[in-house]
Write a protein that binds this ligand. Sequence first.
Ligand code: 0X9
Ligand code: ZN
Length: 301
Amino acid sequence: RGFFSHYPRYHEVLSFMSGLASRYPQYCRYESLGRSNEGRHIAALSISLNSRVRPRRVAYIQAATHGREWITTQTVLYLAYELLSNLRAFTRVLQDVEIFLVPLVNPDGYEYTHTTDRFWRKNRHRYAGHSCSGVDINRNFGNHWNYQGASQNLCSEVYSGTAPNSEPETSAVVRYLEFNRNRVKLSLDVHSFGKFIFYPYGYAKNTVPPTVGTLRSVALRAANQIGRYRGTRYTTGTSASILYEASGSLDDFAYGNLGIPLSYTLELPGDEFHVPAHDIIHVCKETFAGFIEFIRHVSLY
Ligand code: 0X9
Ligand code: ZN
């Protein structure tokens, strides 16, 4: 069966990634950013036109921050697969741009949704003497940590952890982004569901970032490109105004703390968190068009 017609497990994701890296050694590098609470790799792929030359800019894309959002991993792996299979067609967008992909930020939560609870969201941090477990990685970043739409109750779905960056999954991402902060121009955190493109700030209503005009126009262009495949309509705006206020998320941290100019959270389609297997490839293809549009704008920085 084809890779994009079912939902792979953790090991299958890693072998797909390392397979791409060994098939395209001069364009693709496979690495681990660190390990999760349960010891799994936070695996990453770096794609560029010439692996011996370090591009000046980075487009960073991550998925499955929330375990149950299976479709997100597939769209990011599809991006890697499609870019590498047709690299010549993308020489312009990839000019001086490195694509850095983390398809499974929360491998423990992802595996748990396959074995035990399909709707698990958080990581799998266990606390001695407590029956509840897990931190919401997207409430654990150090921007307005635990300010709103987050909880200090560890049974909550939006438990923010004991401190900003307390989780190994969060700190693996933060370490990479901080080390590369001058090169990273785009940060996309891919979630589901809802067909939204969110830009900062998400931590509070009526807080508008200084470059909101650019953030909005790039979001609209990406939404438009996604719609060209089969008419899927995305809504764009700040998550605080469209969905809810939630602080400690990657989008606000990347923009507010690291100064990454293009920072977004995507919410892919899905019925609750489910996209039927036969539809995976179509969501991958339409989302691909959006990813490319975002990446095109990286070369302006
Ligand atoms: O709540 C979240 O973490 C994201 N939605 S989801 O349904 N996938 O959980 C939205 C995050 C948007 N960004 C901010 N609120 N900063
Ligand atoms: Zn999510």
